[in-house]
Design a binder for this molecule. Structure first.
Ligand code: HSE
Length: 403
């Protein structure tokens, strides 16, 4: 029998308990042994709940129990999660977590301890909710050299953009809905400002490129400035506005960013709506692949956590995260990144616009007669910025184009 302790009985923690109960028999078969939840740690009491009998308030009970083989950290946040996880690994206990903030910040340290002890620190649920993308990058795409990962990695913002676009809902109203459905972070600023997706693309890029990407180096822009008018322009162009997290190898350099993009109908990411997430991967032998599924919420996330528990149970004393390295990967300056730009302008003549950026394609909407939308050709961001400076406050807004 494998004993586990679940740290945190919130949305994901209660999901982990539910998954282990509902699929008890098939999980046992796959793990090769019974998985027993010996403890649930939470500061709160849950009178009448089935976990009441195994609920503890003091982590010392768990860390000092040699029968606990696997610690499941689903508390979220940095502290005390970091201290608890570090102590568990140092005590030789495998750890499975859904905590992207923890992995993005302390991944190298925690992975080093796990490798040193030949145990595992697993984090499938930290990126893409229920989508098995970490496992794919760590153990499936090992014959390839990956040169691009582009994902819709935040369910909250994808849900919000979808509702704003299709139902004309107001920003605050849809954010509240996403919170009620258990998609949003405790502090939803991390969702709407792109920081959650930034942490996830840093983790995925670290695995894909085999060197550690510090999420603090990732350029992050959220969705707070996106308006219904931007969505109207996107529709006119046969596109949708999506918050993309993307990283790419360009010659010998890499860049990583999170920003709203206009995505063309021809892209597989165009149809990824609602709370769904998707991760598009391009690799030199494989070509294109896309992983799609439920990106947030109690049971999809818990399913990924429990899959890690099964993997940890099968490899209690062998480190399997072989694609992770702690060597840092330095990222290109954003000024050097190339792409096309959609820009809304007012009081600007076309020759002034083309003087700034070269030839552009124009888009006009009947409903917005006092402005113009233009699509530039591909250029480095520093050239876009220099042109925008020339045009000054006649530039209303800019959204990148995903090609
Ligand atoms: N707040 C996150 C999201 C939860 O909306 O995607 C899953 O990581």
């Amino acid at each position: 029998m494998i004993n586990i302790a679940v740290l945190g009985y919130g949305t994901v923690g209660s999901g982990v308990v539910e998954v282990l109960h509902t699929n008890h028999e098939s999980i046992k078969k796959r793990a090769g042994e019974e998985i027993n939840i010996k403890y649930v740690l939470d500061l709160r009491d849950f009178p009448g709940d089935p976990v009441e009998e195994i609920l503890v308030h003091d982590y010392e009970e768990i860390i000092n129990d040699p029968e606990v083989d696997i610690v499941v950290e689903v508390m979220g946040g940095i502290e005390p999660a970091h201290t608890f996880v570090k102590r568990a690994l140092e005590a030789g206990k495998n750890v499975c977590t859904s905590n992207k903030a923890l992995v993005a910040k302390y991944g190298p340290e925690l992975m080093e301890i796990a490798k040193g002890k030949d145990i595992n620190f697993l984090f499938e649920a930290s990126c893409g909710g229920g989508i098995p993308i970490i496992r794919a990058l760590n153990s499936s795409l090992t014959a390839d050299v990956v040169d691009e990962i582009t994902g819709i990695l935040n369910g909250t913002t994808n849900y919000m953009l979808y509702k704003m676009d299709t139902e004309g809902c107001a920003f605050g109203e849809v954010l509240k809905e996403a919170q009620e459905m258990g998609y949003a972070e405790a502090d939803p600023t991390a969702d709407i400002e792109g920081h959650d997706a930034g942490r996830k693309i840093a983790i995925l890029s670290s695995l894909a490129y085999g060197r550690f990407v510090n999420y603090e180096d990732v350029y992050m822009e959220g969705i707070t400035k996106i308006t219904p008018e931007d969505m109207e322009y996107a529709r006119a162009l046969g596109m949708k506005v999506k918050l993309l997290a993307t990283s790419r190898k360009v010659k010998d350099s890499y860049y990583a960013m999170v920003a709203p993009f206009m995505v063309n109908k021809s892209s597989p990411l165009y149809s990824v709506d609602g709370v769904f997430n998707a991760v598009f991967v391009h690799a030199n032998m494989l070509g294109d692949a896309m992983f799609y599924g439920s990106g947030a919420g109690k049971l999809p996330t818990a399913s990924a956590v429990v899959a890690d528990v099964v993997d940890a149970a099968k490899h209690l004393h062998r480190n399997i995260m072989t694609n992770w390295s702690n060597d840092p990967l330095s990222l290109q300056e954003m000024d050097e990144v190339e792409g096309r730009f959609f820009v809304r302008l007012q009081d600007a003549a076309i020759d002034e616009i083309e003087d700034a950026w070269g030839q552009v394609q124009t888009v006009e909407l009947d409903t917005l007669s006092d402005e113009i939308g233009v699509l530039t050709s591909s250029m480095k961001q520093k050239r876009y910025k220099a042109g925008a400076e020339k045009l000054g406050d006649r530039v209303i807004s800019m959204i990148r184009i995903k090609d």
